[in-house]
Design a protein around this ligand. Structure first.
Ligand SMILES: [Zn+2]
Length: 56
């Protein structure tokens, strides 16, 4: 009797990446000068949590 090993690797994984287009905007913090990308209406500086930021 022969033992047959069948390595069955299923390569049937499909990634359905549905990345929404996020409109990131560039901001600068007036408190610490940090520049960052943010989205949304209430943007705070990730470095100092200040709301004193402006779009650049
Ligand atoms: Zn800041």
């Amino acid at each position: 009797m022969k033992e047959v090993m069948l390595m069955c690797s299923v390569g049937d994984v499909s990634f359905d990446l549905d990345i929404e287009e996020l409109e990131m905007e560039r901001y600068r913090c007036n408190e610490c000068g940090n520049k960052f990308d943010a989205i949304g209406e209430k943007v705070v500086c990730p470095a100092c949590q200040s709301e004193n930021v402006e779009k650049i």
